[in-house]
Design a binder for this molecule. Structure first.
Ligand SMILES: [Mg+2]
Length: 359
C-alpha cells in the first residue's frame, strides 16, 4: 500500500505550570503533529517535541524538514518500512527529534495497515510499565507538595531535577525523600555539576539514607572522562542521557564503561530502529536501559511506551511528559492508571484515536 500524503500541523500546548531544569525553563510545548495517510485511508501519527536545547529540533525547523522530505515518501510502499527509513536517513542526517516524529508516523501507519499493535510488532514482552514522575527545580516546599500529590495518585518513583544550585538541590531532594519515605528517588542534573561536585552530591545523599537509585547525566555531555569519574565514585548507578544519542554513542560509552545505564529517548536517537540498535549494544555490554522523553503528548510518548512494553528491556521508565500538558490533541496510544501505562487493549498500530473533527 502506497503513501498518499504527509501532513504537518503545529501543536502549541501550554504546560500546567512552568518546568525548570538545569539548562532552561519552559512554559509551552511547541510540538508538531505529523500525519501519514495511505492510499486505502489508513493513517499513522507521529509527534515532534521541540527540544532545541538538546537536539536542535525546533517547531519551525521541524515543519520545514517534514515538508522538504515528504515528496520522497509519497508514492512509496509502506511495507518497505526499513527501506523507507534508510532513504530518509540519506536525506536528513541531523534533527533526530523530527526524524523520530516521521519514523513514528510511518511505523504507526504500517502497523495499523497490517493490523498489529506496535508493542506486539516489537515483541509483546509485557502489557504495561510503571513510570516515575519528574519534579522540576523549585522550592523544597513546592517540590514536596507536588510529590505528595503524585504519591496520592499511586506514584512511588520520583525523579528530581537538580544541577542548578548544590545546596538548594540537596535541601529539595532531602525534603521530598522525607515526605515520601518508602519511595524510590532518582536525580537528574542535566549536565549541571562538575565531576567533583557530582561525586560529593551523590555521596552526601547516599550518606543521608535517601533511597536513591539513579544519578542521571551529572556532568557536561561531552565530558566523557568526567562522567566516568562520577560513575567510578558513585554508590548508585549513573546514567548517560545527553551524552548518548545514537547506537555509536552507546558503543563508545559501553567500551570505556563510562556509565552503568543508557537513557534512550526516541527524540535523541531518531526513532525505534536506532533505539533497537542501542538496546543491542547495551545488552551486549551489560549496561542497563532507561527510556525517557522530551515534552511529548501521548502521541509522541506512545511509541516509547510500546517499545518498552514490547521489548521488556528497560529497567528505568521515565515517560511522564503528558502529565505536564494542559491538553492532549488526540486520545489513545496507551491507557493510564496512576503511574501504570498500559497497552493491553490497543488493537493495532499505536492506537491513536482520530479526532471527531477528522472523521
Ligand atoms: Mg535527563
Amino acid at each position: 500500500m502506497r503513501i498518499k500524503s504527509v501532513e504537518v500541523i503545529p501543536l502549541n500546548i501550554p504546560l500546567v505550570e512552568p518546568f525548570e531544569i538545569a539548562i532552561g525553563k519552559f512554559s509551552f510545548a511547541e510540538n508538531v503533529l505529523i500525519k501519514v495517510q495511505l492510499e486505502d485511508g489508513t493513517v499513522g501519527y507521529g509527534e515532534v517535541s521541540s527540544s532545541g536545547i538538546i537536539t536542535g529540533d525546533i517547531q519551525s525547523t521541524a515543519i520545514d524538514i517534514v515538508k522538504y522530505i515528504s515528496p520522497a515518501l509519497v508514492g512509496e510502499s509502506i511495507e518497505r518500512y526499513r527501506y523507507l527509513i534508510k532513504k530518509l536517513r540519506s536525506i536528513i542526517k541531523f534533527h533526530p527529534g523530527t526524524f523520530a516524529g516521521l519514523e513514528n508516523a510511518i511505523l504507526d501507519a504500517y502497523t495499523n495497515y497490517i493490523g498489529v499493535p506496535l508493542y506486539k510488532f516489537l515483541g509483546g514482552a509485557s502489557y504495561e510499565i510503571e513510570s516515575d514522575v519528574t519534579l522540576s527545580i523549585t522550592t523544597p516546599e513546592k517540590a514536596t507538595e507536588t510529590a505528595l500529590s503524585y504519591f496520592e495518585k499511586g506514584y512511588h518513583i520520583f525523579k528530581l531535577k537538580v544541577g542548578k544550585d548544590f545546596d538548594e538541590d540537596l535541601k529539595r531532594v532531602l525534603a521530598v525523600s522525607e515526605a515520601v519515605p518508602d519511595c524510590e528517588i532518582r536525580v537528574d542534573a542535566n549536565q549541571g555539576y562538575t565531576p567533583k561536585e557530582a561525586v560529593r552530591f551523590i555521596n552526601k545523599l547516599y550518606s543521608k539514607d535517601v533511597n536513591i537509585t539513579l544519578f542521571e547525566q551529572p556532568v557536561y555531555w561531552k565530558d566523557i572522562q568526567g562522567l566516568k569519574f562520577v560513575t567510578d565514585h558513585s554508590p548508585v548507578p549513573v546514567a548517560a542521557d545527553e551524552t548518548v544519542f545514537t547506537a555509536t554513542d552507546a558503543f563508545n560509552v559501553a567500551r570505556e564503561r563510562v556509565v552503568d545505564v543508557i537513557n534512550i529517548k526516541l527524540a535523541k536517537c531518531g526513532g525505534v530502529l536506532e533505539a533497537l540498535d542501542i538496546i543491542a549494544v547495551a545488552k551486549a555490554s551489560g549496561l542497563e536501559l532507561m527510556i525517557g522523553c522530551m515534552v511529548e503528548s501521548n502521541i509522541g510518548l506512545a511509541p516509547s511506551v510500546h517499545l518498552a512494553c514490547g521489548t521488556g528491556e528497560f529497567s528505568y521508565i521515565d515517560l511522564d511528559s503528558y502529565l505536564f500538558l494542559k491538553e492532549l490533541p488526540l486520545k489513545g496510544g496507551f491507557e493510564v492508571d496512576g503511574p501504570r501505562l498500559i497497552v493491553k487493549n490497543i488493537k493495532k498500530g499505536l492506537g491513536i484515536e482520530e479526532s471527531k473533527k477528522e472523521k
